[in-house]
Design a protein around this ligand. Structure first.
Ligand code: PAF
Length: 286
């Protein structure tokens, strides 16, 4: 497995592979791997000949008061884990290599980025769209796999590749959960035992919404009040949003239907911001 730091070397490697006829699937990550990331890598290995994992804690997607400094990192452990997977190369640039002096371009997906996390994290999605555009240009993948946990991010990236005619197929991979339902996230590493218990407020809220909707409750106003009460019953939780949105446009909905996604963001103990989401009603099999 190759570990490549320099964007130009990465691009040369990719073009050589493409010349020899190999297809490339990119798994963009910010590291501190957990089972969720490893699942993305395994899915990627079923889609293309070669898997490239990018590992870069992208500073431009963190606002001034966000957790860039506290974002967990362990490069050696990550390399140990990734070596066990079918990964051909890891692209791990430094911030200086990704954003050299004079860098001033920003990619912004206007409307989709204003909903949900975009309201409390105003610079986040332009940072994501910018770095993902760069990763696509450097790695030149045929396919890229993203987790559905970052539901809004996935919608924005799909929009980005469509709008900008970027020839990369985007694949969304289902959320991977702990046995008790907590969605896997690198940020879970920052939860102490009490906060770990409070973190379950998100997945149990999702479950509650599904049970209520299946029993016929479709009013978003009523469901949202129920869920807010539920989340606040866990000590140390502060709700950023409990939103029922259209699965394609991310516009808020008044009544639950087949395309309604419940998206949640909760701050645990004032420091660990967690998100979760899911369709409220059962989906027809593909
Ligand atoms: O989902 C993430 O880990 C990041 O937002 C991504 C897509 C790697 C861009 O930095």
């Amino acid at each position: 497995m190759e570990i490549i730091q320099n964007p130009e070397a990465m691009n040369r490697w990719s073009r050589e592979q493409a010349r020899s006829g190999a297809t490339i699937c990119l798994v963009p990550t910010m590291g501190f791997f957990h089972e969720g990331h490893l699942n993305l890598m395994r899915r990627a290995a079923t889609l293309c000949d070669l898997v490239v994992v990018s590992l870069f804690v992208n500073p431009t997607q963190f606002g001034p008061n966000e957790d860039l400094d506290r974002y967990p990192r362990d490069f050696e452990r990550d390399m140990e884990l990734v070596r066990r997977e079918k990964v051909a190369a890891v692209f791990a640039p430094t911030p200086e290599l990704m954003y050299p002096q004079g860098f001033q371009t920003e990619v912004r997906v206007k409307h989709l980025a204003t909903h949900l996390c975009g309201k409390s994290r105003p610079v986040h999605f332009s940072g994501v769209a910018t770095v993902v555009s760069k990763l696509f240009n450097v790695v030149q993948p045929d396919v890229a796999v993203f987790g559905q946990k970052d539901f809004q991010q996935l919608a924005i990236i799909r929009r980005l590749v469509t709008d900008m005619n970027i020839p990369v197929r985007i694949v969304g991979h289902p959320i991977v959960r702990e046995a008790d339902g907590l969605a896997m996230s690198s940020r879970n590493a920052n939860l102490d035992p009490a906060n770990r218990a409070a973190a379950l407020s998100l997945s149990t809220a999702l479950q509650l919404a599904r049970t209520q909707a299946e029993q016929g409750l479709r009013s978003v106003a009523v469901l949202a009040t129920l869920l807010e009460q539920h989340i606040h019953s866990f000590a140390g939780t502060a709700i950023d949003y409990v939103s029922f949105v259209n699965c394609e446009t991310l516009e808020p909905m008044d009544e639950v239907d087949e395309c309604t996604v419940l998206a949640l963001a909760v701050l645990i103990d004032g420091k660990v911001r967690l998100i979760d989401n899911g369709y409220v009603l059962p989906q027809k099999a593909d």
